[in-house]
Write a protein that binds this ligand. Structure first.
Ligand SMILES: Cc1cc2nc3c(=O)[nH]c(=O)nc-3n(C[C@H](O)[C@H](O)[C@H](O)COP(=O)(O)O)c2cc1C
Length: 217
């Protein structure tokens, strides 16, 4: 397909989408935002590979700077893999993680720039700066991966599952256990399943109002 045709097709798909849907309805906003909580306990219901693929097929549309997409995911599901994860977890995160159908290990690839020309063909030369400065590359990878992590949580919710994100784990041990031989680093963990309300121990905690933290200038 010619580039012109690809561009006009993309524009047609965008305007068709906006014709079909102008904004999310109140139910969708409740599911994704207002009634979505960080879940801590799980119903005895499996999460399928198809659901994990569907989650990826949504979160992959996260915009990242220069389309770099440094996030990498390992879905930890088998009993053996969960047992390997156990010693990496902060004690308060152990029981719920062992009970979760799947735990996503979100990591970032320190060599994400190897694919720079593929992912950002408009200006491939912009990838050069990462090859010579590992600190710049790592800061960039962490930032963009974290953005993709927010999309991970939202995609989990969008397919009707619940997410339980966790920063309480030993990242060095997790890297050694799950990422050896890869030049990746752990960012955060996210339990995925159908939440059990037993794990919701209180009402929503304080959230800032617009006027407390936002300015329009
Ligand atoms: C990146 C991230 C890391 C978190 N780490 C932990 C954790 O290690 N253990 C835990 O119990 N909750 C953890 N949480 C859950 C937060 O404490 C929770 O989202 C917050 O208190 C607000 O609750 P709500 O999402 O239900 O409104 C984490 C959440 C995020 C997004």
């Amino acid at each position: 397909m010619s580039e012109d045709k690809a561009l006009s097709d993309a524009r047609a798909r965008i305007s068709d989408c906006r014709r079909r849907l102008q904004r999310l309805d109140a139910n969708s906003i409740d599911l994704l935002f207002a009634e979505a909580r960080n879940h801590n306990w799980w119903q005895d219901r499996d999460v399928t590979d198809d659901q994990l693929r569907e989650i990826w097929d949504m979160m992959k549309f996260c915009s990242t700077s220069s389309n770099t997409q440094p996030a990498r995911l390992i879905f930890i599901r088998s009993h053996e893999a969960k047992e390997k994860l156990k010693p990496c977890l902060m004690p308060t995160n152990v029981e719920k993680t062992m009970a979760a159908p799947v735990t996503a290990l979100l990591a970032y690839d320190l060599e994400f720039f190897d694919d720079f020309a593929q992912n950002y063909p408009v200006r491939p030369e912009l990838g050069e700066r990462f090859k010579t400065d590992a600190a710049v590359a790592e800061k960039f990878a962490f930032q963009q991966c974290t953005l993709q992590g927010a999309y991970l949580i939202m995609a989990v919710r969008a397919v009707g599952l619940d997410a339980g994100a966790m920063g309480g784990f030993n990242a060095d041990l997790t890297d050694k256990t799950f990422l050896s031989g890869k030049n990746w680093k752990s960012n955060f963990l996210c339990n995925i399943g159908y939440g059990d309300l037993e794990g919701i121990k209180g009402p929503r905690l304080y959230r800032y109002d617009f006027d407390e933290v936002c300015e329009v200038i």
